[in-house]
Write a protein that binds this ligand. Structure first.
Ligand code: SF4
Ligand code: SF4
Length: 397
């Protein structure tokens, strides 16, 4: 057996997973397209966004964009910031356990900031003879490290926050599904844990991918994207460029496999790669027929109806779009409204999304129908989802 045959054998399970993903998307009729479908929402020039305007960062003391938001937050929650940990003795037993799980799984995504491995010098660098082969290798290794989806795009500098400098040509996007049993309890410390758990595992996956590429002799760096950290990239459009999914009503990426029930992280690199194409599978049309996320978001932060050019608050948003705008102020204030039960919402808008179903024959057939059916049948599917899952608007407090 040659060295390359041994490598192929070692990574065969991940090659099979890639092929299964490709077959699945083909079965659903997911199209690869030249331009991302979010182009339909762009109405003017899009400037790089100043990250300190993000509602999350604006809440920090001293942030000049956050004076109004901090006042509103204090008035409605009774304290200054949503990330203040509650006293454990104030919590009921179940919530102590959930809070403790959440803290345990979240630590790595904030505290794990390793210096990446040195880049292998030129004489030891792997020569890239075929970008398609090396891209396939990166995807297989990314899956082996634990990602659920790995795709590649060229980094569009519009999605690097103002003042940031990333000269790498490519971004490798890793997506990871939340643990549904945790997410489905949103809002709660359990759903908060589902988010922290995914971000921590993505941090490990992306640092490993970074070290792997640097070992091959090319520059690479894992990128911070969370609002609670020091974000470098705005993750949604980059993942849309890479074909992870399409833009949906929650302002997130909705993938054919996991709906919007996933978190994303990126590695940027100068390793020569083959970029993936964006995809199209009718998410806009489905979201027009479905308003579950808007209906069940407790503070009403997700909009109903058609995309709009009316931004909820120009301070925290970038103009140039006619889209579904999330009211970040309402969302983040809600996160702070019941610290005895949750520290962040954890995403009820994701938990109620009809796309977030297990991958099995029944649900895959429904997915196909959701993509290919006329609008009135899409509405019927949404009604069926609400009926079967007995959704209710009130939340457990
Ligand atoms: S995270 Fe919660 S509060 Fe924020 S938009 Fe989603 S459901 Fe609404
Ligand atoms: S809940 Fe419905 S409207 Fe919201 S993102 Fe999911 S499919 Fe779209």
């Amino acid at each position: 057996m040659t060295e390359m045959e041994r490598l192929e054998k070692a990574l065969l399970p991940y090659e099979k997973r890639l092929r299964a993903q490709e077959r699945f998307r083909k079965f659903l009729g997911v199209k690869e397209v030249e331009q991302p479908t979010y182009q339909r929402y762009i109405t003017g020039p899009v400037e790089r966004f100043e990250k300190t305007r993000m509602a999350f960062l604006a809440l920090r003391p001293g942030n000049t964009y956050g004076e109004e938001l901090r006042k509103k937050f204090k008035a409605q929650t009774g304290y200054d910031r949503h990330l203040i940990a509650p006293e454990y003795e104030e919590l009921e037993e179940e919530d102590r356990i959930a809070r403790s799980i959440s803290q345990a799984v979240t630590r790595a995504c904030g505290d794990y900031e390793p210096e990446p491995f040195p880049i292998t010098p030129l004489e030891g660098r792997l020569e890239v003879k075929d970008e398609a082969i090396i891209s396939r290798l990166i995807k297989k290794v990314g899956l082996m490290f634990g990602a659920d989806i790995v795709r590649i795009t060229e980094l569009d500098q519009r999605w690097v926050y103002q003042g940031g400098k990333i000269s790498h040509k490519y971004a490798i996007i890793c997506a990871l599904q939340h643990k549904p049993s945790l997410l489905n309890l949103a809002p709660s410390y359990f759903s908060e844990a589902s988010s922290g758990d995914s971000y921590s595992r993505l941090k490990i996956i992306t640092t490993q991918l970074t070290d792997f590429i640097r070992g091959l002799g090319y520059d690479a760096m894992y990128r911070e994207t969370r609002g609670s950290g020091e974000p470098e990239l705005t993750m949604v459009p980059i993942a849309l460029d890479a074909g992870i999914g399409e833009f949906c009503r929650t302002g997130r990426v909705l993938s054919p496999e996991y709906g919007n029930n996933m978190r994303l992280k990126a590695v940027t690199t100068d390793l020569p790669l083959l970029k993936d194409k964006p995809i199209s599978f009718g998410t806009h049309e489905f979201c027009m027929a479905c308003e579950s996320c808007a209906k069940y978001c407790p503070p009403g932060a997700v909009p109903k109806g058609a995309p709009s050019d009316q931004m909820p608050n120009p301070v925290h948003n970038n103009p140039g779009f006619k889209k579904w705008w999330i009211n970040a102020e309402k969302c983040i204030i809600f996160w702070g409204m019941n610290r005895k039960k949750w520290g962040s919402c954890g995403g009820r808008c994701m938990a109620v999304c009809p796309w977030n179903k297990p991958m099995n024959l029944f649900h895959n057939s429904v997915r196909w129908f959701a993509i290919h059916s006329p609008d009135f049948l899409k509405k019927l599917l949404v009604w069926g989802d609400e009926f079967v899952y007995r959704r209710k608007k009130q939340i457990d407090k």
